[in-house]
Write a protein that binds this ligand. Structure first.
Ligand SMILES: Cc1cc2nc3c(=O)[nH]c(=O)nc-3n(C[C@H](O)[C@H](O)[C@H](O)COP(=O)(O)OP(=O)(O)OC[C@H]3O[C@@H](n4cnc5c(N)ncnc54)[C@H](O)[C@@H]3O)c2cc1C
Ligand code: FES
Length: 271
């Protein structure tokens, strides 16, 4: 069952003029959250904005004894709610409902995990990388951003033995271009017998390109989709996404409850 708390802001760290990490005291949600799940956050106290907004659980915070004490979200300022969150001060309260949605399926060795992140799509991969590391899975993060200054938490992933493959749109760090290019090359050079699970989160165009690349090389791929969500609970149908069932028929599913993590090869990307 999701838990709704008026969580105290215990930290708000700007990473750039748009990105920040907001830390919330929400131990019950933190204790129940699995990698890939999200929370619905109400950014303001009044009616504007009226609706909560969805955010991936970025990190689980622990107290000195190792017990879950809270969680963070990695947020990018793009509109009314994210602007309010960017300005939150320590001690303020933020309504937070979760954990919600279906998490990633975490693989075991010898399968390797290749995570593909675009921009703020990095968010679900911090907890996933920790879960993979705990199981001893060899992991790689393909991470693309607009510029080098927007590639965050690299040392966090390095400390978990995650190999980093970085790209930027302006060439200021890593390879110039989009993140799917090095992914395609790596998959092309990979023996088909060596098992790899792809995990992707980012803008939908990047997810569709990753899904096509996965199909091209016959690799399974779990994507975390970011449709606009009004409720996060299955009640409003704002978040539907077309998917093909096993018979080839197309149905719209509510990505907040069927997802946000979905099998990439079932999604109809061009509708
Ligand atoms: C499951 C899930 C997890 C998410 N995790 C994160 C996260 O970890 N960090 C993060 O920064 N963001 C995340 N998002 C996206 C985040 O929910 C939106 O950025 C947020 O709702 C924008 O709210 P706003 O009030 O600031 O923008 P608004 O003022 O509501 O909108 C500003 C503009 O952005 C557009 N927009 C709003 N939401 C989306 C969206 N989901 N996709 C594309 N365009 C959108 C609107 O159409 C509008 O043009 C996630 C979304 C989903 C569905
Ligand atoms: S967000 Fe309301 S049904 Fe999915």
């Amino acid at each position: 069952m999701p838990i709704d708390v008026a969580a105290v802001v215990i930290g708000n760290r700007p990473l750039s003029s748009d990105y920040h990490v907001l830390a919330l005291a929400a131990p019950a949600i933190a204790a129940a959250a699995a990698p890939g799940q999200f929370v619905m956050v109400k950014a303001g106290a009044g009616y504007d904005p009226l609706l909560r907004r969805p955010f991936s659980v970025f990190e689980i915070l622990r107290d000195a004894a190792g017990a879950p004490a809270g969680l963070t979200i990695l947020s990018k300022r793009i509109g009314v709610s994210t602007a309010l969150l960017y300005d939150k001060a320590q001690g303020q309260r933020v309504h937070c409902l979760g954990p919600l949605g279906r998490p990633f399926t975490v693989v075991d060795p010898p399968t390797e995990a290749w995570m593909v992140a675009g921009g703020v799509g990095l968010a679900p991969f911090a907890t996933l990388a920790q879960a993979l590391h705990a199981r001893g899975v060899k992991s790689t993060l393909f991470y693309g951003a607009r510029r080098g200054a927007e590639l965050f938490y690299l040392d966090f992933f390095r400390a978990l033995d995650v190999e980093l493959v970085l790209t930027t749109e302006d060439g200021s760090a890593g390879e110039l271009g989009r993140v799917v290019a090095p992914l395609d090359r790596r998959l092309a050079s990979r023996a088909p017998t060596a098992a790899v699970m792809l995990y992707a989160c980012g803008p939908e165009g990047m997810l569709a390109a990753t899904a096509r690349t996965a199909v091209k090389y016959g690799r399974p791929c779990q994507v975390s989709v970011e449709r606009i969500m009004g409720c996060g609970l299955g009640g409003c149908y704002s978040c539907v996404i077309p998917m093909r069932d096993e018979h080839g028929s197309v149905h719209h599913v509510r990505s907040c409850i069927a997802g946000p993590v979905l099998p990439a090869d079932r999604i109809v990307w061009d509708q």
